[in-house]
Design a protein around this ligand. Structure first.
Ligand SMILES: [Zn+2]
Length: 658
């Protein structure tokens, strides 16, 4: 018999009845209607895992990323306040897609008169008194592109502010490569968007050469413009860079210095070799040597004998870096220079003699690199260098720009914070233009532990880790934006990009997973995505996979919403068997596990840690003390570790109001 025959007359009869009795039919349809899962534990709506990004949060078997190598020759001309350069970009298309055009960044256009930033003239971004001004302060800057050739021929290109589309005559097939040649120059702004610029003869140069935007499997081209708040998202590759600077200059840069014999004195080279093996700072350029060309600059052979270097001359500093997302450099004529070694890594700081907090900076930097390496992931490069100057704090691979700070604590924070960026986003290459919480936030989180260790035993060191929690009341206002907000649209970036995500990570580590379980998972995330491009979903999946705990409820509360936590003891009711029922309420929109501190009739105190599953059946949760164990007082979050918005209901019996 065929299936058709099985559909009986009865069936057809039912259909007919439904058509006749329409109201009943509608009622039936409604009763079958799908109702959205409103449980706070419902899964997050994440992209479907695929062969590029696996369900366990690791790169999939066909994960790919583009490769970009740069060869740059640039001249820093302080007399004209100009930087001019030529570059060859070798771009390899590892994607499965054929690319008809490429997107590049020309980020100096931040300071062009027509830039979004200049047109809108936004006020500076202020972080606790530190201002990052992206307006370029009326400076008439911008990149002048003198030539652009692709595969040897002039290429059609269109500039839109800080981004540029380059149309290819021949589309770039999967697996093939193309060379892009560019020549350019720009005036160096006094402080370009808070991230680069100069102070007199001291130059800190970044976001300076035309470079490739990231093409990935998630968004295609990531060409979010450089407006200010979002820093950068770049591909990994090798750099070979020759920097032509005045002979009086000392230069620090991303990468290895390939020609120390030509640009350093024999004494400086000997001191550097000793510093690499030294736990304490060795002066490469001493205070009394700074700015003195006879003492700090190499002699050269002229007419067969060594003679002093001509101050008008130039020197070429040649650097090479492997597998980095960017290259920055700084140069100046009057640096002091300290260095020490950790595990073969040279820790260096260069500073003007006026920087009074800097004699301690080498130790601060060394402790930071050591702490992050031992706690999270080994530092992968041969040097970590910081340069003192006008930039309030900015990070590049192997090199950071930091100011002289008003206090020791501020100085430690900014040095260790910028070095912390070597992990996020220099090693773990997340998209900073979209997700500041994955770089600034993760970095702030690891910085807190480092600051606590550095200042251990002092009032500052012993309280720094609760700093983000203490900021909660002031920053979690009705207008608060969720962490997932694009940074250029965030009104309180200090909170949304830095402190709240750090608090989130602390909550996950200390209150949800426990230190060991968290640390193992977070280390796995760093390792799995080192030198790659993770997305938020990849992070969530690694943390779930490695810790063995579903955390979608946690991310929903902390990243995708501005949920508020309000745990309470609603009441305590004695039972006939001598025990008590403790009614634990959740009156907010955020879930966290609850910790009860109970006082029993005999005066003893007991702590009960309840797992997150307590909220499976809604609120209140009833905690039943054992028979005969009468509870006379109950308190939730007695240690004050959670951002509870109303502590007035945390204790039972309620305190009498006066
Ligand atoms: Zn930062």
């Amino acid at each position: 018999m065929s299936m058709m025959n099985v559909i009986s007359r009865e069936c057809i009869g039912t259909l007919a009845a439904m058509l006749i009795f329409a109201p009943a039919a509608i009622a039936q349809t409604q009763s079958l209607q799908q109702v959205a899962d409103s449980s706070p534990f419902r899964p997050l709506d994440l992209p479907t895992p695929n062969e590029f990004r696996s369900a366990s949060g690791r790169p999939g078997p066909k994960y790919w990323q583009q490769r970009v190598d740069y060869k740059i020759s640039a001249t820093l001309d302080p007399a004209r306040n100009e930087l001019r350069g030529r570059e060859t970009i070798h771009y390899i298309n590892h994607s499965p897609d054929t690319l008809a055009y490429l997107w590049m960044f020309v980020e100096q256009n931040l300071c062009a008169p027509t830039s979004v930033t200049n047109q809108l003239n936004q006020p500076p971004l202020v972080f606790l008194g530190t201002a990052f001004d992206f307006s370029c302060q009326g400076f008439n800057g911008g990149l002048h592109l003198d030539a652009l050739r692709v595969g040897g021929v002039a290429a059609k290109h269109t500039i839109y502010g800080t981004t540029m589309r380059v149309d290819l005559r021949t589309p770039l097939a999967p697996g093939s490569a193309v060379d892009i040649n560019a020549a350019w120059h720009f005036n160096v702004p006094p402080q370009g968007g808070g991230r680069m610029g100069h102070d007199g003869p001291l130059y800190e140069i970044a976001q300076w050469y035309p470079r490739m935007a990231v093409y990935d499997d998630v968004h295609g081209w990531n060409h979010e413009p450089y407006i200010g708040a979002g820093e950068f998202y770049l591909e990994y590759g090798d750099f070979d860079v020759s920097l032509i600077v005045p002979a009086s200059y000392i230069v620090a840069a991303t990468g290895e210095l390939l020609n120390p014999e030509q640009v350093l004195t024999p004494m400086q080279r000997a001191r550097l070799a000793a510093a690499r093996k030294s736990d304490t700072a060795i002066a490469i350029i001493r205070a009394n040597e700074a700015g003195n060309m006879d003492l700090t600059r190499p002699r050269i052979y002229a007419q067969g004998e060594l003679s002093a270097l001509n101050p008008e001359a130039s020197l070429v500093w040649h650097f090479a870096a492997k597998n980095v997302r960017d290259l920055a450099f700084a140069g100046g004529p009057n640096f002091r220079w300290d260095a020490s070694g950790y595990n073969g890594i040279l820790i260096e700081d260069l500073y003007r003699p006026s920087a009074d907090k800097w004699p301690e900076v080498n130790r601060i930097g060394r402790e930071a690199i050591k702490y992050y390496s031992e706690q999270w992931y080994p530092y992968p490069w041969s040097h970590a260098t910081t340069v003192e100057g006008p930039i309030e704090g900015m990070e590049y691979p192997m090199l950071t720009f930091t100011p002289n700070s008003p206090t020791r604590e501020d100085q430690q924070w900014v040095i260790a914070h910028e070095f912390g960026h070597e992990w996020f986003p220099m090693i773990v290459g997340s998209n900073e233009r979209l997700y500041p919480w994955m770089d600034e936030g993760f970095n702030t989180f690891i910085d807190l532990g480092n600051a606590a260790q550095y200042f251990r035993g002092t009032a500052y060191g012993d309280t720094i880790e609760v700093h983000p929690l203490h900021l909660y009341a002031e920053h979690a206002t009705p207008g608060e934006q969720p962490l997932i907000t694009n940074p250029t649209q965030v009104r309180d970036l200090f909170w949304v990009g830095y402190q709240k995500p750090a608090l989130m990570m602390q909550m996950l580590r200390y209150e949800v997973l426990g230190k060991e379980r968290f640390d193992q998972a977070f280390r796995e995330y760093i390792k799995a995505w080192a030198f790659k491009h993770p997305t938020p979903a990849d992070f969530f999946r690694v943390m779930r996979d490695q810790s063995g705990m579903d955390l979608d409820w946690f991310w929903r509360g902390w990243i995708y919403s501005t949920a508020r936590l309000d745990q309470s003891i609603d009441s305590v009711v004695p039972r006939p068997d001598g025990g008590s029922n403790v009614y634990v309420g959740n009156h907010g929109t955020m879930l966290m596990p609850a910790e009860l501190t109970l006082t029993l009739a005999d005066g003893t105190k007991r702590t009960v840690k309840l797992p997150i599953e307590m909220w499976n059946l809604g609120s209140p949760f009833i905690y039943r003390s054992p028979a005969g164990e009468r509870v006379t007082r109950a308190e939730v979050d007695a240690r004050h570790t959670l951002p509870d918005t109303d502590r007035g209901n945390n204790v039972w019996p309620r305190a009498r109001s006066k």
